[in-house]
Design a protein around this ligand. Structure first.
Ligand code: FAE
Length: 556
């Protein structure tokens, strides 16, 4: 089944993209310093993105509805389908399969266009300044792939589209240390997680490791080698980090025998090649069962018990301007909330406050954290150039979690500006005890999050224990030109929202909303604000654990 036609870009403005891409292919290649032989390119052009989508009608009934197509939703859909169940998945964002007028599905970070952001007229880049100047650009408003959702005190970045966060993230696929997992989720049997569900998740996600011999000489990882050298000189331990980006493909990019993606400044607005995002792994497998229908551009608004059993689910079908073109109400016997930490929390607190699901527990909306995210950059000495060609895929982390005075796991991040910047950039995951609460705002009809920027000070303190020491050893300083004017810390945004419907607190120990049998939560909202490392492998592994139990107990 193919989806309705608003998905096709050329349908709306034949011959011209609707999102304002003005990058000629030649200009783009020149801008990124990539000159490739056409013959070499053709040899290795990967297959086009293809994931069938379907439609849904007002009044439809179905056994299972999954809200959202990120990690939790994809795991639930695949395993339910393999157990013989028919599943419908609805997703607010687009299906990212159709190339635009530049021949690419996604835009890159140097020339963002409407495809980059969810309904914004100006980009809202994490690194929003450079050498004192505002680095954001005007773009046409479009249902692009990266949302920067603003709450008081924090912007939360999230993926929008079939595949959720997997479309925009750095692919870092990190399994936390078992003792750290056990301290964060004590109600979950850690032994079982590490023997069964983490391996299952890593296999399903197609996690792979970098060839460390290749790493030592690859131009695109000079920034990471500098990061390792400096960490070692200050006696910090480091670790190579697995990824879902295919490192063998990246080798071909570096050798100029395949079209570039990680080496062409593509990541947070999507990767055209190389990355095993969910549409190529779990969702492709789910779709391949023939039992899963994926319906993009449908945003769920309400869920309530239906007369005669099951749940009545209302949703807006939206166009690429974000306008509602149709409202639909369907009935599902079972509903899985997989709209991500923010999306699920917003839906649940709204249903509780507006009387749709009044018996949801008071714990709904609570226990939200930013995984201790904070970013910072240092300015290196002239002999520590980080390279004008940088892979967008991080592969090294500085592990200082054992420091009781300020635990931190800092990924050595790329800064793919296309020029030598002498900057070393880091995303630190830290132990920040602060937790936010989502609440329904009856005045605006929206949902607020009471997080304050100052609540990130503990994260800054943790990160400083690493980078003050490295600066002191290297005789270097922090950069103050990247996160605002004279601002050192990227402390007002997060990539890793977690919590809002914490397992064994707001749900039972498997994500069931027990007040309403047939309602389940299966995404990052189950995790209480922190994973100690990048979160998606843990979200996936926990979903694998929970769905196995749910299928065994609740589907006969
Ligand atoms: P998620 O993947 O966010 O999926 C939720 C889906 O639900 C989305 O597609 C939404 O559009 C959709 N949705 C929301 N509301 C509705 C609604 N009302 N109706 C229908 N659909 C809806 O949730 N994590 C790592 O482990 N490693 C990394 O390297 C990494 N890098 C990141 C870089 C960036 C720029 C970002 C934004 C995130 C990064 N993350 C990374 C975080 C990771 O992507 C995130 O934790 C997971 O995607 C969360 O998975 P969920 O299944 O909870």
């Amino acid at each position: 089944m193919r989806s309705f036609s608003v998905r096709g870009l050329s349908y709306e403005t034949p011959g011209k993209s609707v999102y304002g891409s003005n990058v000629s292919r030649r200009g783009f290649l020149a801008a990124t310093g990539v000159i490739l032989g056409a013959a070499a390119l053709l040899r290795n052009v990967p297959t086009a993105r293809a994931l069938p989508t379907g439609s849904i009608n007002d009044g439809d009934t179905m056994p299972i509805l999954v809200i959202g197509t990120g990690y939790g939703g994809a795991v639930a859909a695949l395993r339910l389908a393999q157990a013989g169940q028919n599943v419908v998945m609805v997703e607010k964002g687009m299906s990212w399969t159709q190339p635009g007028s530049d021949g690419k599905v996604f835009s890159n970070m140097l020339e963002p266009d409407g495809r980059s952001y969810w309904l914004r007229t100006k980009t809202d880049q994490p690194i929003n300044h450079f050498m004192g100047a505002d680095y954001n650009k005007s773009i046409p408003s479009y249902t692009g792939v990266l949302d920067s959702e603003a709450f008081s005190g924090i912007r939360i970045y999230q993926g929008r589209g079939v595949g959720g966060g997997s479309l925009v993230n750095g692919g870092m696929a990190v399994t936390p240390k078992q003792e750290n997992f056990a301290s964060i989720l004590p109600s979950v049997d850690a032994g079982e997680m590490y023997s069964t569900y983490y391996p299952r998740a890593n296999a399903g996600l197609k996690v792979n490791n970098i060839d460390q011999t290749w790493f030592q000489t690859a131009d695109c990882y000079q920034f990471a080698r500098v990061g390792i050298k400096q960490a070692q000189r200050s006696n910090f331990s480091y670790t190579f980090v697995p990824n879902v980006y295919d490192f063998n493909y990246m080798k071909q990019e570096q050798a100029d025998t395949a079209p570039r993606s990680a080496l062409a400044a593509e990541v947070i607005y999507g990767n055209n090649y190389g990355k095993n995002s969910l549409d190529k792994t779990y969702l492709a497998a789910a779709s391949g069962t023939g039992k899963v229908t994926i319906v993009p551009q449908h945003a769920v608004t309400t869920v309530s018990p239906a007369n005669g059993g099951g749940f009545s689910v209302a949703m807006n079908q939206i166009d690429t301007s974000g306008n509602t073109v149709k409202t639909k109400t369907v009935t599902a016997q079972k509903v899985f909330f997989a709209a991500g930490s923010v999306g699920t929390s917003k839906l649940l607190v709204t249903q509780k406050a507006t009387g749709k699901l009044p018996n949801l527990p008071d714990a709904v909306g609570k226990g939200w954290g930013n995984n201790g995210n904070v970013m910072v950059a240092r300015q290196n000495q002239a002999w520590d150039a980080t390279g004008s060609l940088q892979a967008t895929i991080p592969c090294v982390g500085i592990d200082n979690w054992a420091d009781a005075g300020g635990p931190a796991f800092a990924e050595v991040s790329p800064f793919p500006a296309g020029i030598e910047t002498f900057a070393s950039l880091y995303l630190a995951i830290t132990k920040n005890p602060n937790r936010g609460v989502f609440s329904y705002n009856s005045g605006s009809g929206g949902v607020d999050l009471n997080w304050q920027t100052a609540w990130n000070q503990p994260s800054i303190d943790c990160a400083k224990r690493i980078f003050d020491k490295i600066n002191s050893k290297e005789g270097t300083i922090y950069r103050t030109d990247l996160f605002g004017e004279y601002k050192t810390w990227g402390d007002d945004f997060a990539y890793h929202p977690l919590g809002g419907c914490v397992i064994n607190v707001a749900t039972d120990n498997y994500g069931r909303l027990t007040q309403y049998p047939g309602l389940y939560v299966i995404d990052g909202s189950l995790i209480p604000g922190l994973t100690t490392v990048n979160p998606f492998v843990t979200i996936t592994a926990l979903a694998e654990r929970n769905i196995e139990k749910i299928i065994a107990d609740d589907f006969h």
